[in-house]
Design a protein around this ligand. Structure first.
Ligand SMILES: [Fe+2]
Ligand SMILES: [Fe+2]
Length: 369
């Protein structure tokens, strides 16, 4: 990359970029106590697991392999539909399509909030737009907990799930780690970017709900720079370096942008095959357009937040809503007439500054019951 290892604490730098937004914007939080070598080391204890997966069993899906062996199995081709549907379509339902992201359950305060998340009706769906946590087991525990409550759970990976954290017994890297996460989700009846896109038939539907995994390619360059190398150098000089540089491995790709571009090609193919008569809800961890990053306190951080190559996806792929997280700046904006929802919970010190108990679930479609 042409740069030396981080000039100061990488974990702190990632957190510090979210200390707030520029004047006129929303204050989003402050520094969290983490370092490159002890990033989010507060690990929740493993709670008792509910082993039953009634929806899967009811749909006639074979019970998964137990434990880690199942996770290490290559991603199966046959998608799992927890609702036993035909090609992702289900009968019209009531209820709402909710979304949340950046639960960061390694923080006890966030774990408590997640424990309190409940649907309003039995038909509610929940989008989980990445950064559930860093440890494989904690991600599984959380998604299983949510799947037990919501009619359908749709997950996309965030950068934190893709980290190979030094304290995680699951040491998989890069694409193998992503494949294992997908397998784990399927074992638990959670939909992923690798499954057929489901259709929401409730209020505001029908719409195709498309979970995307597109990563980033450093094209949201730091101001005044024109190459990745310059942009990264600017970030290192400023001490604003995403922990991904140390923990998000691109294997087997040579670098993260190559993985990103492969994901974009595959995702474009999937999106092109969706029903052209239906609008979409596009779900990703990283924003599809750059504008939401304009309010970052540290503009150097934007290079880890997306890719210019998705700038028109919300238009080309008929989005009525684009859901994302990652920035830890929850808000609603509009781009080209399309509603964008940043649905992050964020770190305790961020949401704590906003006052009151956070209610991180955002209604994307549907009406209050
Ligand atoms: Fe996050
Ligand atoms: Fe993130």
């Amino acid at each position: 990359m042409g740069v030396q290892p981080v000039v100061r604490d990488a974990g702190r730098a990632e957190a510090e970029q979210r200390r707030g937004v520029r004047p006129g914007g929303e204050v989003s939080g402050e520094v969290v106590e983490s370092t490159q070598h002890r990033v989010h080391t507060v690990v929740p204890s493993v709670r008792s697991r509910r082993s039953s997966r009634p929806a899967l069993h009811a749909a006639g899906v074979a019970a998964p392999l137990p434990g880690i062996l199942a996770r290490l199995t290559p991603v199966a081709q046959a998608p799992v539909y927890p609702f036993g549907s035909d090609n992702g379509k289900i009968d019209r339902v009531t209820g709402s399509l909710f979304a949340v992201s950046d639960l960061h359950v390694s923080y006890a305060e966030n774990r408590r909030i997640v424990d309190g998340l409940r649907p309003e009706t039995a038909d509610d769906w929940l989008i989980v737009a990445g950064d559930v946590g860093e440890l494989f087991g904690a991600v599984e525990e959380t998604l299983r907990q949510l799947r037990d409550r919501f009619a359908t759970v749709v997950w996309v990976p965030g950068n934190h799930e893709l980290w190979t954290h030094p304290s995680d017994p699951v040491t998989l890297r890069g694409r193998n780690r992503y494949d294992a996460l997908v397998r784990m989700c399927r074992d638990n009846g959670v939909l992923t970017p690798e499954d057929d896109y489901p259709v929401w038939y409730g209020e505001g539907g029908p719409v195709t709900v498309a979970p995307l995994f597109q990563l980033y390619d450093y094209s949201f360059r730091a101001p005044g720079t024109s190459t990745k190398e310059e942009s990264l150098r600017r970030a290192y000089d400023a001490g604003v370096v995403c922990t991904d540089e140390m923990l998000l491995h691109p294997d087997p790709y040579p670098d993260r942008e190559s993985w990103c571009w492969a994901r974009l090609a595959e995702t474009e193919r999937r999106l092109a095959a969706t029903d052209p008569a239906l609008p979409t809800v596009l779900v990703s961890h990283w924003p599809l357009v750059r504008e939401p990053t304009d309010v970052l306190w540290y503009p150097e951080f934007a290079q880890w937040c997306g890719t210019e190559r998705t700038a028109d996806w919300h238009v080309r792929h008929r989005a009525v809503v684009a859901v994302y997280g990652h920035l830890h700046i929850p808000r609603t904006t509009h781009h080209d007439g399309v509603r964008f929802e940043e649905v992050s919970l964020g770190y305790p010190r961020e949401w704590g500054r906003r006052g009151g108990e956070p209610k991180p679930m955002r209604r994307i479609l549907g009406v209050a019951s």
